[in-house]
Design a protein around this ligand. Structure first.
Ligand SMILES: [Cu+2]
Length: 133
């Protein structure tokens, strides 16, 4: 094999590995995980199904630091019709994660609205739309 072909194959392999690792990182997180302040949502089960579901809300502050002393409120309803709003406070678990539960009584699109009060008193809201197949 010539050096040029070897070099070309190496470049392609490194490129492929880069694309693959990017896909793995972005697979399970709903909502952008950025280096700065961010609210992310994980669900259990994933994918969702009708019935009880657990919503894990992860809160990051500046420079992506996990925030343990926030206060996290949520409400839950369908986007396409009013099913009655389920709401409450998510309970702190660990490492910037707060847990809420809800009852997904129907298939279709549901909106989880989060209301986060950071330790410094500033507030951040973020909505997530999830589908129950
Ligand atoms: Cu409905």
């Amino acid at each position: 094999m010539s050096n040029k072909i070897l070099l070309a194959s190496l470049v392609i392999m490194v490129g492929l590995i880069g694309v693959m690792s990017w896909k793995v990182k972005s697979a399970s997180v709903l909502g952008a995980a950025t280096r700065g302040e961010a609210i992310s949502l994980f669900t259990n089960p994933n994918p969702l199904r009708t019935g009880q579901a657990t919503f894990i809300i992860e809160v990051r502050g500046e420079e992506g630091k996990l925030i343990d002393n926030a206060s996290v409120g949520f409400d839950l309803n369908m986007t396409t019709m009013n099913m009655g709003t389920q709401q409450g406070s998510a309970v702190f678990q660990s490492k910037g994660r707060y847990v809420a539960t809800g009852n997904l009584t129907m298939r279709g699109p549901w909106r989880i609205r989060t209301k986060v009060t950071m330790p410094d008193g500033s507030t951040k809201n973020k909505d997530f739309v999830v589908n129950v197949p």
